[in-house]
Design a binder for this molecule. Structure first.
Ligand code: NAP
Ligand code: 8YV
Length: 323
């Protein structure tokens, strides 16, 4: 039987490229300077796409060039890089990489929270600059006595909450629906939760539904002792309002892993000594990225073996899959 033609939109890890090279005719879009001519030539043959949240969007224009597309396997649990409405309209299945990254992202979130409050990167810089030789590092803020509000108590949000339990802090959550099987305090409004908490951790999907969910009003409600941790998507926070809030002392500090226009980060944030900025690394260990990559390959292989997708997203469900 002939192998299916798969398009990879940007370079992925060797685990994915090797697996797909073995099982399919793999076409590497990024190796072609004249993308338009290349797509005209191979587009009609393409039945599957492997794409990533890291590079470009799988948008309506690209769907248009792939008239026989059956499945898009996206690397990452968030899939705001894929126009899922367009995929659904064309009856194309979209898959993501849920669960295999929950613990890694939750570990990093706790690390970022502690780094932000206890000023771990600043203390490291202090020692390297030789400043310890003249005076001890100034005392820091604390996690002690705080109440943490999780914005989005999903798979990763729950893994974060479980870790927070070990730190002995209060835990609350906000989402569109109350979850009957969890004991944490539910806040039907984000404003209400921000008023009741002094740490917010954002871990929702990106996209239009959550755009600027955390805005100037929410930051004001969080207050001058408040800390924002964003490991969701840059779009979830009004970045300009956050910069203003950090400058004016409306909130105390922030720890960010994600930004509006990655990999570009506003100079105003970079210039602030009291915030902690990470380059979108929450799932970025070799172990977890390999597991995510394997799931991309497994979704495509399962589909072309006639066994259906393993992890289709809810907007493009597949009979027999529980999404
Ligand atoms: P999930 O299981 O689908 O959980 C998403 C949560 O967000 C749900 O609890 C949902 O609750 C809530 N939510 C959705 N829309 C909302 C809205 N409009 N307002 C308030 N809450 C909303 O997803 P997950 O696997 O935990 O992943 C969550 C997200 O984390 C991903 O989509 C991605 O954007 C981000 N992420 C980032 C990194 C990183 O490297 N920084 C890594 C992994 C994931 P309701 O349905 O009740 O509203
Ligand atoms: C990855 C992520 O950094 O899974 C997600 O939604 O944001 C991260 O795990 C990203 O997907 C890499 O492309």
């Amino acid at each position: 039987m002939s192998k299916a033609d798969i398009l990879m939109t940007a370079p992925m890890m060797p685990v994915v490229i090797d697996a797909l090279d073995r099982a399919f005719n793999l076409h590497r879009l990024w190796e072609h300077d004249d993308r338009d001519t290349y797509l005209s030539e191979i587009g009609p043959r393409i039945r599957g796409v492997a794409t990533s949240t890291l590079y470009g969007r799988m948008d309506a224009t690209l769907f248009e060039r792939l008239p026989n597309l059956e499945i898009v396997a996206s690397f990452g649990v968030g899939y705001d890089n894929v126009d899922v409405a367009e995929a659904a309209r064309r009856q194309v299945i979209v898959t993501n990489t849920p669960d295999v990254l929950n613990d890694e992202v939750a570990d990093l979130t706790l690390g970022l929270l502690l780094a932000t409050l206890r000023k771990i990167p600043q203390a490291d810089r202090y020692l390297r600059d030789g400043r310890w030789l003249t005076a001890p590092f100034p005392l820091s803020n604390t996690l002690r006595g705080r109440k943490v509000g999780i914005v989005g108590l999903g798979r990763i949000g729950k893994a974060i909450a479980k870790r927070l339990e070990g730190f002995g802090v209060g835990i609350a959550y906000h989402g569109r629906t109350r979850q009957e099987d969890v004991a944490y305090a539910y806040h039907p409004t984000l404003l209400g939760m921000a008023e009741a908490c002094d740490v917010l951790i954002a871990i929702t999907p990106g996209g239009t539904a959550t755009k600027h969910l955390i805005n100037a009003d929410v930051l004001k409600a969080l207050g001058p002792h408040g800390v924002l941790i964003n490991v969701a998507r840059g779009s979830v926070v009004d970045e300009q309002a956050l910069i203003e809030a950090l400058k004016s002392g409306t909130i105390l500090t922030a720890g960010l892993d994600v930004y509006d226009d990655e990999p570009r980060v506003p100079q105003e944030l970079i210039d602030m000594e009291h915030v902690v900025l990470l380059p979108h690394i929450a799932s970025g260990s070799v172990h977890t990225r390999n597991a995510m990559g394997q799931l991309v390959a497994d979704n495509l292989m399962s589909w072309f073996d006639g066994k259906g997708p393993l992890t289709p997203v809810s907007e493009t469900p597949y009979p027999g899959n529980k999404v």
